[in-house]
Design a protein around this ligand. Structure first.
Ligand SMILES: Nc1nc2c(ncn2[C@@H]2O[C@H](COP(=O)(O)OP(=O)(O)OP(=O)(O)O)[C@@H](O)[C@H]2O)c(=O)[nH]1
Ligand SMILES: [Mg+2]
Length: 206
């Protein structure tokens, strides 16, 4: 089971989520134009590197010129957390000769699966501190913290201060999944959307 890198890209750029795991072979690209502040817009280019690329010898090409590397694991899968060491090492090796420093960020994905969490929060925090990583807890499924995380990273990369109003432009209301009623007690189906985005003119997709 993948940790959700493709799901995070789809959630952020298209606001969609698929429960199906389709293996990413090599790399896939996503673009999103976002208005960071009233005056400033930015186009983010996301390179979704598939899990099998760890040993493929192409990482240095994928990472060439990147500002940020996101290291994603699945909070419900301890093996995905353990594999971060290998990814950090491979990315370090692949970017050894790059002049621009790469900001490295730890993403604990699938935060909606709190009830089956396999990686303790303290473990997450100590791993981030030991490896000098910024870190975020996110969920591609519910959308929790996804747009905020990308906005924050874009802003610090550009040295752009965000006001509270800027941050609120991308805030989302996350809803818990609604349990299915048993057939004999079935009521008219409630809306199934797991997230409602607060509409705003400032945050736009291109
Ligand atoms: N519950 C839950 N499931 C998720 C979340 N993100 C991804 N998934 C599921 O996890 C599975 C793998 O997601 P992918 O995004 O395809 O994983 P990946 O990391 O891109 O995998 P590779 O391309 O093989 O490296 C899919 O079945 C997704 O629906 C999440 O936040 N919560
Ligand atoms: Mg993928």
């Amino acid at each position: 089971m993948g940790k959700g890198t493709t799901a995070l890209c789809s959630r952020y750029t298209e606001d969609t989520f698929s429960p199906v795991h389709t293996y990413t072979s090599g790399v896939e690209f996503y673009l999103k134009r976002v208005r960071l502040t009233q005056e400033r817009s930015v186009t983010l280019q996301l390179w979704d590197v598939g899990g099998t690329s760890l040993s493929g010898g192409m990482l240095n090409n994928y990472l060439y010129g990147a500002h940020i590397a996101l290291f994603v694991y699945d909070v419900s899968n301890y093996t995905s957390f353990e594999s971060l060491e290998a990814w950090l090492e491979a990315v370090g090796e692949a970017t050894r000769h790059q002049s621009r420093p790469l900001r490295r960020v730890l993403l604990a994905n699938k935060s909606d699966l709190e009830h089956i969490r396999a990686v303790r929060v303290e473990k997450h925090k100590s791993f981030a501190a030991d490896n000098d990583l910024m870190s975020f807890l996110v969920s591609a499924q519910s959308g929790e913290n996804v747009a905020q995380m990308f906005q924050h990273l874009a802003a610090i990369t550009l040295g752009q201060r965000l006001t509270r109003a800027d941050v609120e432009q991308v805030s989302t209301v996350v809803r818990a999944q609604i349990a299915k009623p048993r057939p004999e007690t079935a009521l008219p189906r409630p809306p199934t959307a797991s997230k409602v985005r607060i509409k705003s003119e400032v945050c736009c997709l291109q």
